[in-house]
Write a protein that binds this ligand. Structure first.
Ligand SMILES: Nc1ncnc2c1ncn2[C@@H]1O[C@H](COP(=O)(O)OP(=O)(O)OP(=O)(O)O)[C@@H](O)[C@H]1O
Length: 315
């Protein structure tokens, strides 16, 4: 049974513009007729260009915003009507701002959260030990949040969002501004959380490496509409972006000629062949192996950035 259900959900805002003494009002449909379900344990990437409606969707899922029309159910309840009840079952991280107490040491923020959510002390201790270890928070517990670096604070925020054992976690740009080491550490942690606890994760991000590393499913929205819902592989195929076969021959060779693939580049004994996403690489490899002194080869998927750009342009 789905843990998140949206049925024909829309959310409009009235925006007032001023030019001189004139005021004009117009309606912005931030989310427009959106329907989807999420099963327990799914990790769904929720992506789209700026202003696509991602944050508005997340705010409706947490109950902060009420839809203009349509229905939402999260963990069996209407989020805007049962916000407090739902708060115990969800965790939220907004990358751009902290939910921690600025002047308190990290450990005091965690203690406040334990009281707020009524987490049994033994369970709190167990969770804290796990997160301190996996997120490497040991040296940071006595540091006031205002003195933490962005990456340290983000790790603190993620632990804070998980201490009450939420079954659903919304992560809004959790890796924004982090260096590559911190990003990798965070991704490993989130993958482990999902694997070990079956936590459902909705991840909004502009960093497509987050999606590649974590998400079995990706949903793309633009102007409040859903433009794609499926796997990353399916997304690549849907935009018919070519794949690349990188072939190493024993010696430099004139460009390989086979049906179904075209050489786009050569460098000494290495050649790059482009082929359509709907074609299997196996017969191409067999033909090259039969006719050329093949030493090694690999298949490169098209970069996800170029696919997304293409998708936004089409939408
Ligand atoms: N409180 C508000 N009042 C008026 N318009 C709003 C409000 N919140 C959002 N919008 C508008 O709704 C649209 C969707 O905004 P939203 O913040 O959901 O997009 P987003 O996909 O999260 O964008 P970003 O990637 O830039 O964070 C935008 O046009 C935005 O200007």
């Amino acid at each position: 049974m789905p843990v998140i259900e949206l049925d024909q959900v829309s959310r409009a805002f009235t925006v007032t513009n001023r030019t001189g003494l004139r005021r004009t009002r117009r309606e912005v449909r931030a989310v427009d007729d959106l329907s989807f379900t999420v099963e327990p344990g799914e990790v769904m990437g929720y992506i789209g260009p700026n202003g696509a409606g991602k944050s508005t969707t997340i705010k409706m899922l947490t109950g902060i915003l009420v839809p203009t029309s349509g229905t939402i159910r999260v963990a069996g309840v209407d989020p805007s009507r049962h916000r407090t009840r739902l708060a115990r079952r969800i965790g939220v991280v907004f990358g751009q701002r902290t939910t921690l107490w600025w002047d308190l040491p990290l450990k005091d923020s965690f203690a406040v959260l334990q009281k707020m959510y009524g987490v049994p002390p033994a369970r709190h201790r167990e969770n804290l030990d796990t997160f301190v270890e996996l997120l490497d928070l040991g040296d940071l517990l006595d540091v006031p949040v205002r003195a933490l670096s962005l990456g340290q604070r983000m790790r603190g925020d993620i632990a804070a969002a998980l201490l009450h054992d939420p079954e659903i976690v919304y992560l809004d740009e959790p890796t924004i501004g982090l260096d590559i080491v911190s990003k990798t550490r965070l991704r490993t942690f989130l993958a482990e959380l999902n694997r070990a606890r079956g936590t459902t994760v909705i991840l909004t991000t502009h960093d497509l490496d987050d999606i590649e590393a974590l998400c079995s499913r990706v949903m793309v929205i633009d102007h409040g509409h859903q433009v794609y819902d499926g796997t990353l592989t399916g997304l690549r195929a849907s935009q018919s972006a070519p794949r690349t076969l990188v072939v190493d021959l024993a010696t430099p060779h004139p460009p390989i000629t086979i049906t179904g693939a075209t050489v786009t580049r050569t460098d000494g004994p290495r050649q790059w062949l482009s082929f359509p996403p709907t074609t299997s690489a196996a017969p191409l490899v067999a033909e090259i192996a039969a006719n050329y002194p093949l030493v090694d080869l690999s298949v490169q998927e098209p970069p996800i950035e170029s696919i997304i750009t293409k998708l936004y342009a089409g939408a």
